[in-house]
Structures are given as structure tokens and as C-alpha cells.
Ligand binder design. Structure first.
Ligand code: F6P
Length: 545
């Protein structure tokens, strides 16, 4: 039960494990235990988690697993899988796993079977994608679509945009473009390269009322109508939404509106018709592989015991770092250029899910919740913020994510990429003591006095934790497994904090106030917020005048 969730940082076994490790740096743990690297790893659904460079030992893992058991993790996973009302503030299930359903399986959401609707909707949007790709669905002039624009934001953008980028070498359909920002600069940039006669537009919005998406959808609709006439809307626009009536009211033909369900959170939705841009770019087979990889991870998550369960262990390590070691952030460092957009997707997934301060029972969370997630791809990140990771005063744990096999033929550069990834986690862990630096400098000819002065600046404290997440290659199946793994990791943390990972009330106020400020900018009424906001509005109005 949520109300019974104990306080992590007060747990005697966790505190004892943490205190016992305080005087034992990672390098000492490795020296004392030749089997450490062998033992502190687990694998499932093609994802290997190596966590020997985390500041844990067997006692810490046992205490974390025991704590998770006291929080009812096993029952909460079962409740999630069974489609129970885990999103208690919105009275909904969070049944994104059903979107990965394979034929013949039974999936429920709040007591209703959902697998048939999932499979039939999947068939509809995959068939639509195949028909567009094969030139069976055509533009108003009878020619094929060469380009697709997805208009959506947040969960209606991050997932499909990230998957299309990650699997770009497999794309052999129409080019897919994305417009999310209400800053028209993004829209202008996308439209400037496109021929409306060859462009299919998808408006993706769970609610079909998100300000940014509706503004961009109206503008792109004008662009189509101005160039091709009103009739083009029916042939050139499709929609993905739970609000089917609103999509049809926008003028989109019913056969081109693809639904999903309120038990799918926006940030968990790429597996639904929200993934239509993926299917258009990559085709049915790749989309089904993506689902199959995620489904394999779902099975692993549901069945593997905690200590061998990759997403469970990732979630436990996350709360360990956050609540026992006080880490403020988690760095995501994929050593794969094509995973650059994975970071943005994961930021929404984790911080919109777990950026909460109140437990499901309405009481304040007594522990800190989500760490801030940030990062960039290696090796670029090494030349940006890794200096801070090595020598800054705070330890920021890192998830190194490494697909081993490249999808190009440059094996030499792939070797260099891998070398850098493995070297960075080793450098963070080992560090370099003042004495080591000093003797190296003296050996290179420096005087002892100069070496002593220089060593203070050049030493690295080490003992900085990281995990290494390996996948064989970045194909659709492994990507699906990786994404599902991070989805489940997010849920595990929420269980240990006793919070609801599936609502997002925090984003509502800003949306409402943006409407008030917009009215003030249009001169309709005062925003009535505060003196500085009024001053800023006035400054903007003066600039416009
Ligand atoms: O950022 C808030 C949010 O509600 C997200 O949860 C969601 O993914 C995004 O806005 C877009 O919402 P919609 O798909 O309804 O347009």
C-alpha cells in the first residue's frame, strides 16, 4: 500500500550498508573482490546491465531488495501488468504493455479486455502506413507522398522522433519531419524544404487540445489549403488521438483518424498509433520488431527475480544514488550518435513521471524523488561536461549506454568509440591520486616542488559511480527492449517513493497562465499575475509597438 511506503533514507539496513561503504572506495571494493565484476551484472531481453562501478556491495543490494519487497514492488508490478487502476489521481490504468501485445494474448485495463482493440487499431495504422509507402494511398494530384510531417509535442513527439533518428539507417519510406515547438521557426524550417503536393501531415495529440500542437496544425492546414485547396485536407491530413471527435471536427476524415486510449500516458505512447511516423519511415516489419523487443523486456520485468531483473536493479540503483548517496542528477551518456534524442525522450519519461512531491496517499514524500536527468552522446560529451564529472565537487552518476556492433563498416572508429566509453567509466571509478600524479610528473622531469604544486590541480578523486548498459546492436528489437527497460525502471522508482508515476498535474498551471498572458499580450485583459510579469508584458508590448 502506498501509505505504508517507508522512508528510504531512514531504513536501518540501507543506512548501515551505506555507512559501511563510506570508507571503502570503489577501487578498494574491486581489489578486495576479484569476482565483483562477474557478480554485479544482470541481463534480460538483450540488455546487459553492468553495475560493479556503482557504490554498492552485496549488503546494499540485499537491503535495497528487502526495502523494495516491503514497498510491495512485486504486487505493484503485478497490478501494473494486470491493468489495475495504478494511476490513482486520474482513475486510470497505465497499460502501455498491452500496446506490445502479441496475437493470442489477453490484456486487461480496469477489468476490460483491451488486446482486441489494440491489435485491430495496430492493424489499421500499420496498413495505412504500408499503403502510403507502397503508393496505394496517394496525394490529391494522384502522385505518391515523399514526405510526412508529424505535428505533436511532449509524448506525441519525443518517442516517434527519437525512434526515427535511432533507426534512420533502416528508413526506406517517405522522409519524416517533426514540428513540436510553438516557436514558428521550427515549422518554417520544416515547411521551407517541402512541396505541399507531396506532403502527408499527421496531427498527433492525445487530448487534441494542446496549444502548441493546435497552433501548428492550423498553420500547416493553411499552408496545404493555400497551395492545394480545401479538398487537400481530407487527402493530406491524418490524426492520432484519444479525442476522435475533436480530430474529425478539425476536418480529418474518419478513416484517417487513429485512436488510442486514456490508459496510455502520453510519454508511454510511442507503441500505439502515436508510432505512425515510425511505421511510415521504417515499415511494418521494423515496427513489429520494436514491439517484440519491448514485449521481451516486459516478460523479463514481470518474471525475473529482483536481483536478476534489469529494470528493477536500475530502479534500485537510482534510489540508492539519489536517497542514500545524495546524487542530484543522473547523466545519460549513450555512446551512439543515433541515440542523441533518447535523452530528451527519457527526460520526459522520468521527470514527468517521478518529479512529484506527494505520495499516492496524499502525504508528502519524505525522500527526494527523481534526480535531474541530462546528458549528451559520447564522445562529444567528453569534450563538454565530463571535466565536471571527473573533478567537480559533486558526484553525478552516469548511465553509459553502448550498442556494441555498428551499423556502418568503419570498425576502426567503432573500436575507438567503445574504447572511450569503457575508459571514461574506468577513469571516473579509479581517479588518480595526488601521489600518483606527482610521481608521474617527477618521472617526466619536473622538480618535486613543481610536481607537488601541479598535482593538486591534476588529481582526480575517483570513486564516481556509473552503470554500463550494453546492447548487441542498435536495431529495432534491441531499441524496443531498451526503451521498455527505462519505462519499467521509472515505475520501480515510483513504487519505492510511493508516488503515482502516471499523472502530470504540475504542467497544468503553466499552460493556464500562458493563456492569461496571451490574452494580455493581445490587449484583451490584464494578466493580473504579479508586478514583474506585468512589467515584462509591457516591455514586450512596447517592443511590438
Ligand atoms: O507536457 C504535458 C503533456 O500533457 C504531456 O504529458 C503530453 O505528452 C504532452 O503534454 C502533449 O499532450 P497531447 O498529446 O495531449 O497533445
Amino acid at each position: 500500500m502506498a501509505g505504508a511506503v517507508p522512508r528510504l533514507s531512514d531504513d536501518p539496513a540501507l543506512r548501515a550498508a551505506r555507512d559501511a561503504l563510506a570508507a571503502r572506495p570503489l577501487s578498494a571494493l574491486f581489489e578486495a573482490d576479484p569476482q565483483r565484476a562477474q557478480r554485479l551484472q544482470c541481463a534480460g531481453a538483450g540488455i546487459d546491465l553492468h553495475y560493479a562501478k556503482q557504490r554498492v556491495d552485496d549488503d546494499a543490494i540485499a537491503a535495497l531488495v528487502a526495502f523494495a519487497t516491503r514497498c510491495g514492488l512485486h504486487d505493484r508490478i503485478r497490478a501494473l501488468c494486470d491493468g489495475e487502476t495504478v494511476n490513482s489521481t486520474e482513475q486510470r490504468a497505465a497499460q502501455h504493455m498491452a500496446l506490445r501485445a502479441q496475437p493470442g494474448e489477453i490484456w486487461m485495463a480496469q477489468g476490460e479486455r483491451v488486446d482486441e482493440a489494440v491489435l485491430s487499431t495496430r492493424e489499421r495504422f500499420l496498413q495505412f502506413a504500408e499503403d502510403v509507402r507502397a503508393g496505394r494511398i496517394l496525394a490529391t494530384d494522384g502522385g505518391p507522398f515523399s514526405d510526412v510531417i508529424n505535428i505533436g509535442i511532449g509524448g506525441s513527439d519525443f518517442g516517434p522522433r527519437m525512434v526515427c533518428a535511432a533507426l534512420a539507417p533502416m528508413a526506406h519510406g517517405p522522409r519524416v519531419h517533426f514540428i513540436a515547438n510553438v516557436d514558428a521557426a521550427e515549422r518554417e524550417q520544416v515547411l521551407s524544404g517541402l512541396d505541399p503536393a507531396r506532403t502527408l501531415v499527421i496531427v498527433t495529440s492525445k487530448t487534441f487540445r494542446t496549444q502548441e500542437t493546435m497552433a501548428n496544425a492550423q498553420s500547416v492546414r493553411h499552408w496545404l489549403v493555400a497551395n492545394l485547396g480545401e479538398a487537400a485536407v481530407a487527402r493530406h491530413v491524418a490524426a492520432v488521438s484519444t479525442a476522435i471527435d475533436a480530430a474529425e471536427a478539425f476536418g480529418i476524415e474518419a478513416s484517417r483518424v487513429f485512436g488510442f486510449w486514456d490508459w496510455v500516458g502520453g510519454r508511454y505512447s510511442l507503441w500505439s498509433a502515436v508510432g505512425l511516423p515510425i511505421a511510415l519511415a521504417l515499415g511494418r516489419a521494423a515496427f513489429e520488431q520494436l514491439l517484440a523487443g519491448a514485449h521481451a523486456m516486459d516478460d523479463h520485468f514481470r518474471c525475473a527475480p529482483a536481483a536478476q531483473n534489469v529494470p528493477v536493479m536500475m530502479g534500485l540503483l537510482a534510489v540508492w544514488n539519489r536517497n542514500l548517496l545524495g546524487a542530484q542528477s543522473l547523466v545519460i551518456a549513450p555512446y551512439a550518435q543515433r541515440l542523441q534524442r533518447f535523452i530528451g525522450w527519457l527526460q520526459q519519461l522520468e521527470m514527468e513521471s517521478n518529479g512529484k512531491g506527494v505520495r499516492m496517499d496524499g502525504t508528502p514524500v519524505p525522500d527526494a524523488t527523481t534526480a535531474a536527468l541530462w546528458g549528451d552522446v559520447g564522445t562529444n560529451a567528453q569534450h563538454a561536461f565530463f571535466q565536471m564529472l571527473h573533478q567537480g565537487p559533486d558526484a553525478h552518476p552516469v548511465d553509459f549506454i553502448l550498442p556494441i556492433q555498428p551499423d556502418h563498416d568503419d570498425h576502426e572508429q567503432q573500436r575507438l568509440l567503445i574504447a572511450n566509453c569503457l575508459a571514461q567509466s574506468a577513469a571516473l571509478m579509479h581517479g588518480r591520486s595526488v601521489a600518483q600524479v606527482q610521481s608521474a610528473l617527477e618521472a617526466s622531469g619536473m622538480t618535486p616542488q613543481a610536481a607537488e604544486r601541479a598535482a593538486v590541480h591534476r588529481h582526480l578523486p575517483g570513486n564516481r559511480p556509473s552503470s554500463t548498459v550494453l546492447l548487441e546492436r542498435l536495431d529495432a528489437w534491441h531499441l524496443g527492449a531498451l526503451l521498455a527497460c527505462y519505462e519499467h525502471r521509472t515505475f520501480v522508482q515510483s513504487v519505492l517513493w510511493g508516488i503515482n508515476a502516471f499523472d502530470q498535474w504540475g504542467v497544468e498551471l503553466g499552460k493556464r497562465l500562458a493563456d492569461d498572458v496571451d490574452a494580455a499580450l493581445r490587449g484583451e485583459r490584464a494578466a493580473g499575475l504579479d508586478a514583474e510579469t506585468d512589467l515584462l508584458i509591457q516591455r514586450v508590448l512596447n517592443s511590438a509597438a
